[in-house]
Design a protein. Structure first.
Length: 463
């Protein structure tokens, strides 16, 4: 593993794994590693863990969730992804009964709701599609009312349309509370109780089941007879939750974590270390983090920044590039941004950009972007200047303000030294060439449109 610099952050992360919770009544510590996509957050965490002597003896049971690879549904994430991704010891045989029961009940509710949506709203396709989108998030309608369309990757949806979809969901029978006074005498209330709990407060119900299942799991692991003293030392006794690419699931997960799961983990019978990797500080992702848990997080914030010039040179030297003129060119192009440095070194060592190389470049560049952001970055790469007016003209069907706000916060493609907003020079050239390889006609259309927009912008300035 080629690792350059960052000794301070490595030491800090290592300390997180060894320190005790700050009080006897507290069972949870939270760390936040943040910085732009491709800055090396996951790499830093994995390297830091490798540097901890006898890490296995710390007894961590690891649950790792990658936001980019996760189904965009709170219920599926908590009841299915967590169960599938937790790294149980070979001898453990645990079914997560509470989470499994909730998953079964939510599946029944959502399947029935989907059937009714397609049946009753097929004549209103736009509303039907929006209702199905909300349903796929796995959220109770009340939860959706807290969201903004942009949070749900619905940039072309107005707040009024979102509220109309939520109101329509609430009218569906699967979302109506089931009365239980008669079934109580027949002993058939358990499933209805679960369904009603999901309808009323899905997040709290899921958090309760999560903590109770893990408490039972740790009790079971503690009772299991070890086959050797070595196995006893390595037996899991605390939980490590790693949330990677957190920006992809933040809108869905932050209220659930900050308002429901974290308070329960603080009082759980087992200890937990939660490490959140994202583009923004965890405190900046949702107001609840700062309001309720600032003291829990503020001492464990690590912001990763681009390499210093000498660190970048050391990386290039260790990659096998020894020409100082090439060092200088790559440094000026990338400004020490690790992801871009790696791409430039790769191109230099392989002799340039082939068609396949351009595809790999685009795929790696956009791996942290949502589908709609990937659709934005291509036309933006043809613009000489990116501002509200040019974006409106280049992408007339999209929200120019939302696009500009996103671009300004996207250092992996934004030129930090230009006098106006624009895509980094060599990134622009490669995306344009990539488009040209796929469709010369589309390339010419985008190029011509960008030239027309720039000409109009220049004319406005002269007037």
């Amino acid at each position: 593993m080629l690792f350059i610099g960052r000794r301070g952050p490595v030491s800090q992360v290592g300390q997180w794994f060894k320190e005790e919770p700050t009080s006897k009544s507290q069972s949870l510590n939270i760390g936040s590693i943040y910085g732009p996509g491709g800055i090396g957050k996951t790499f830093l965490l994995d390297y830091s863990i490798q540097q901890i002597d006898q890490f296995d003896e710390l007894g961590y049971l690891t649950l790792r969730i990658d936001g980019q690879k996760t189904v965009q549904s709170l219920e599926q994430l908590v009841t299915k992804e967590c169960v599938e991704r937790v790294e149980l010891p070979d001898q453990a045989n645990f079914s997560f009964p509470r989470l499994s029961a909730l998953s079964k009940q939510w599946s029944a509710l959502s399947q029935r709701a989907e059937y009714l949506i397609r049946k009753e709203y097929k004549e209103v396709p736009q509303l039907e599609e929006l209702m199905l989108t909300l349903l796929n998030y796995g959220m109770a309608p009340q939860r959706a009312l807290e969201m903004r369309p942009y949070d749900l990757a619905l940039a072309d949806t107005s707040q009024k349309e979102l509220e109309q979809a939520v109101e329509s969901l609430l009218k569906l029978r699967p979302y109506k509370i089931e009365h239980q006074w008669f079934q109580r005498f027949l002993g058939k209330t358990r499933n209805k109780t679960l369904r009603n709990a999901l309808r009323r407060e899905q997040a709290a119900t899921l958090a309760d089941a999560f903590v109770e299942d893990f408490q039972d799991l740790f009790k079971q692991l503690k009772k299991a007879k070890p086959s050797s003293p070595w196995e006893k030392m390595r037996r899991p006794r605390q939980l490590l939750i790693i949330l990677d690419d957190y920006e992809s699931i933040s809108s869905m997960m932050s209220p659930f974590l900050a308002e429901h799961l974290v308070p329960k983990l603080l009082k759980a019978s087992f200890r937990t270390l939660m490490v959140v990797l994202g583009r923004d500080s965890l405190l900046a992702t949702h107001t609840s983090w700062g309001q309720h848990h600032r003291a829990l997080i503020s001492d464990r914030l690590i912001e990763l920044k681009p390499f210093e010039e000498q660190e970048a040179y050391e990386l290039m030297r260790r990659r096998g590039i020894h020409d100082s003129h090439i060092w200088q060119r790559i440094w000026e192009d990338t400004q020490g941004y690790p992801f871009l440095l790696d791409l430039e070194c790769e191109d230099e060592l392989t002799g340039g950009t082939s068609a396949l190389g351009l595809k790999l470049f685009f795929d790696r560049l956009t791996r942290w972007m949502t589908p709609i952001q990937k659709a934005w970055i291509v036309p933006l790469s043809f613009l000489h200047e990116i501002n509200l007016e040019t974006v409106k003209k280049m992408l007339p069907k999209h929200d120019a303000s939302a696009i500009l706000d996103w671009f300004k916060m996207e250092p992996s493609v934004r030129d930090p030294h230009a006098h106006h907003w624009q895509v980094i020079g060599f990134v622009r050239r490669r995306i344009q060439q990539y488009v040209r390889n796929d469709s010369p006609e589309r390339y010419e259309k985008l190029k011509k449109r960008a030239e027309e927009i720039q000409a109009a912008s220049d004319e406005t300035r002269t007037n």
